[in-house]
Design a protein around this ligand. Structure first.
Ligand SMILES: [Zn+2]
Ligand SMILES: [Zn+2]
Length: 279
């Protein structure tokens, strides 16, 4: 778990970013703010597959176009390149990822020219990006993983996806941002790890009715997630992207409250993820 946060700039929780490592090959899902700093912290903690500065990250998947999941995109494109990546980045995501990629490359054109043509003589290939706009179904396959994208429900962000990663030893499903939807149950049934977002009813009760409506249409409550997990029966449920905005001061027990709410209706193993946790 590189970043488990939300739009709220909590220094303890970087923006949403998750790495799945298979046979020493990293696959990134989402690139929220701080992604390469956290990837480097993970490397220094022993997740060597990422490479220093995330230089080994060559394949990334985006769940949806919200800024909290994409602000780290220029960081993902340029920092590993500056640290030595030679291969272009392959990025799979919703409609809009192609123009976003083109705009970022254009915005940093002066930097690219300077590094390639100046004294640094940087390679000119590692800052290239092949952006793939995807539709639901199998979107990526190599000798390590088969990645299936499925539609989730995030109100006006119509093009929002969850991803199912099938690897030789484990199947991992990540929800992205979503309100409850049958697709999550269908795609995570019997998986090894379900990484899912959630908000607690304790914080829901404290926010305005407008914020409550926003949460209901965009996100999943503890009670709803308990039902989803009971139907899907993952071997492990990992909660990330836990909302608190407007729900009062953040304290470590707000996480326990969320877990307690889920455990009321769900008896399987469940943990609340922190940045740099490894599962
Ligand atoms: Zn989000
Ligand atoms: Zn979102």
């Amino acid at each position: 778990m590189l970043g488990t946060g939300t739009p709220r700039p909590d220094p303890r929780r970087s923006g949403p970013a998750t790495a799945i490592v298979v046979n020493d090959t990293p696959y990134l899902i989402d690139f929220g703010p701080g992604v390469i700093r956290r990837a480097t912290a993970a490397y220094e903690k022993g997740v060597m597959a990422l490479g220093f500065g995330g230089v080994n990250i060559r394949t990334a998947f985006l769940t949806h176009m919200h800024s909290d999941h994409t602000i780290g995109y220029p960081d993902l494109i340029f920092t590993p390149w500056v640290m030595g990546r030679k291969e272009p980045l392959e990025v799979y995501g919703p409609k809009g990822i192609k123009p976003m990629t083109e705009h970022i490359l254009k915005a940093w054109q002066v930097d690219i020219d300077g590094r390639v043509n100046g004294l640094n003589r940087h390679n000119s290939t590692g800052c290239k990006v092949n952006a793939h706009e995807i539709a639901p179904g199998v979107v990526f396959q190599d000798r390590n993983v088969t990645v299936t994208a499925f539609p989730v429900r995030h109100e006006e962000m119509v093009d929002s996806f969850g991803y199912r990663f099938e690897t030789p030893d484990r199947t991992i499903v990540i929800s992205g941002d979503t309100a409850p939807t049958q697709a999550i149950i269908d795609y995570s049934r019997g998986c090894d790890v379900l990484i899912h977002e959630a908000y607690s009813m304790a914080t829901y009760d404290k926010v305005s009715s407008r914020s409550q409506e926003f949460r209901r249409s965009h996100h999943t409550s503890s009670i709803e997630l308990a039902k989803i997990a009971s139907a899907a029966t993952p071997a492990l449920l990992v909660i990330y992207h836990r909302s608190n905005a407007g729900g009062g001061p953040v304290s470590s027990d707000s996480e326990d409250v969320l877990l307690d709410e889920i455990r009321r209706d769900y008896s399987g193993p469940v943990v609340a993820a922190h940045d740099l946790d490894v599962f």
